[in-house]
Design a binder for this molecule. Structure first.
Ligand code: ATP
Ligand code: MG
Ligand code: MG
Ligand code: MG
Length: 467
């Protein structure tokens, strides 16, 4: 039984509303009062303080369809877009939440019932992972739900211990996977081939039990709670009988529109998928008040826009094109998100101006990069070259990386960082004029954002820091 994305969103909210959950609207992509978070990355974000017990609501069960962006910070899928069938920068997360009401057993039963009774998914195509020590979860899946033991995989890594960021609510989780069938590449979770497209994670049930503080200590939460998240696009793919998120209704339409606008005929082209993905994150970010800029959230937005523009250029776009996709986006998502339609002229204007500015230098930068790639011996792009493209042509390192990766090259990140440091030192020596002012700005953006991925994304932080 095929269902549209809109129908699935509705069915989910209705199911949980019928089971006593309050339907709560999606919060903004810009988290309210949470400097530890770049963008809203999960349905639970807006309930963080409720889980921590520092805020109470008039309900203790909630459900939502939350818009999320994962393009920086702890959950960063920017580099996955165009490479996997399941990742977007922007997606909607369906969730049900219990604040000290029900816990593991009911959370698992609800999920199973929704998938197998409401959506009528075949039970034999589902399998789950649990945190390796969680015997309680094993018993519920095995004895109560009746899932055979070989379909319950114990995982010891952080994949089955969910956290929103380096601090905040967290706990062991159980993830539900769908088997898309043998003709698709990939192995079950826990195997070396797991990162294929065959076994796709659709729903994560988090048994929220701890609050991790900055010193790494895990404090038990006042009341064990439930936080779940299911990717709307991933469940839509299953319900629409396709194997990739990029083949669902919304994406088919966006990809067709992008192809028409840039004059491309190959609907399978990876660049079209990237553009279709990026128009959603860019439009929704602007809608939520983020403007392209040289620091913080605005800089992440700028990087996504530039990446989309670069892919359009690669497809042969002759003109400023990206903003033209807002039309189709409004057709596809305007009903669920009327603010898109209300703000349409603003969204178009912002994207248009940004592309105009970038396209002046894009062509020259691309020529230099492509020539350099042809002449390179080895498969590593020197850090100095990546830095020059960044410094002179406004190519963020991840954009150079995106181009290079397509041709089998990687970037010398260390060399890039070194060039960046040298540049900063030179700038400081050359002039002390405005030093205090600049320091104040750098200090602000660094302290604001160092929190979320100091470990893995040092280049990104340096970029934010240095702009
Ligand atoms: P994956 O392992 O596939 O990257 P995840 O474990 O990072 O997913 P969670 O943090 O558990 O994802 O988020 C809950 C659900 O949200 C996932 O089960 C998935 O259905 C969906 N989801 C997560 N990241 C994305 C994304 N980048 N694009 C689309 N859906 C996503
Ligand atoms: Mg992920
Ligand atoms: Mg996962
Ligand atoms: Mg997960």
């Amino acid at each position: 039984m095929s269902k549209t994305t809109a129908e699935i969103r509705r069915a989910f909210l209705d199911y949980f509303a019928n089971h006593g959950h309050q339907i709560v609207s999606s919060s903004s992509l810009v988290p309210a009062d949470d400097p530890t978070l770049l963008f809203t990355n999960a349905g639970m974000n807006q309930f963080k303080d409720v889980f921590l017990g520092t805020e109470t609501r008039r309900y203790n069960k909630a459900t939502s369809s939350q818009r999320c962006v994962r393009a920086g910070g702890k959950h960063n899928d920017l580099e996955n877009v165009g490479y996997t069938a399941r990742h977007h920068t922007f997606f909607e997360m369906l969730g049900n939440f219990s604040f000290g009401d029900y816990f593991k057993q009911q959370a698992i039963q609800h999920a199973w019932k929704f998938l197998t009774e409401v959506l009528e998914l075949p039970k034999e195509k589902l399998l789950v992972t649990i945190f390796h020590e969680d015997d309680e979860a094993f018993d519920i899946w095995n004895k109560e739900i009746g899932l055979p033991a070989d379909k319950i995989i114990r995982i010891a890594t952080s994949d089955n211990f969910w956290s929103m960021g380096d601090t905040g609510p967290c706990g062991p989780c159980s993830e539900i996977f769908y088997d898309h069938g043998e003709h698709i590449w990939g192995g079950p979770p826990g195997t070396p081939e797991e990162d294929g497209d065959r076994f796709i994670e659709i729903w994560n049930l988090v048994f929220m039990q701890f609050n991790r503080t900055a010193d790494g200590v895990m404090h038990p939460l006042p009341k064990p709670s439930i936080d779940t998240g299911m990717g709307l696009e991933r469940i839509s793919a299953i319900m629409q009988n396709v194997h990739s998120n990029y083949e669902i209704d919304i994406f088919q339409k966006l990809i067709a529109a992008a192809a028409q606008i840039v004059g491309s005929t190959d609907l399978e082209d990876k660049s079209l998928r990237v553009i279709a993905d990026h128009i959603r994150s860019c439009a929704f970010l602007v809608c939520d008040g983020v403007m392209p800029s040289n620091e913080g959230r605005g800089y992440v937005l700028r990087r996504i826009i530039r990446r989309a523009v670069r892919h359009g250029y690669q497809l042969g776009a002759k003109d400023i094109f990206f903003y033209k996709l807002i039309d189709e986006l409004c057709n596809q998502m305007g009903e669920a998100y009327p603010e898109l339609i209300e703000q349409k002229p603003v969204l178009e204007k912002v994207l248009k101006v940004e592309e105009e500015q970038f396209s002046r230098t894009l062509e020259r930068g691309m020529t230099i990069l492509n020539e350099a790639l042809t002449e390179l011996s080895g498969d590593v792009v020197p850090g100095e070259l990546a830095f020059k493209l960044y410094d002179t042509y406004g190519f963020p390192a991840d954009l150079t990386n995106d181009v290079a990766r397509e041709k089998g090259f990687s970037i010398d990140q260390e060399g890039f960082d070194r060039a960046m440091t040298q540049q900063r030192e030179r700038a400081q020596q050359a002039s002390n004029f405005g030093k205090d002012y600049n320091d104040a700005i750098f200090a602000k953006s660094a302290s604001e954002f160092l929190g979320y991925d100091a470990e893995n994304n040092s280049a990104e932080v340096v970029e934010l820091f240095d702009q």
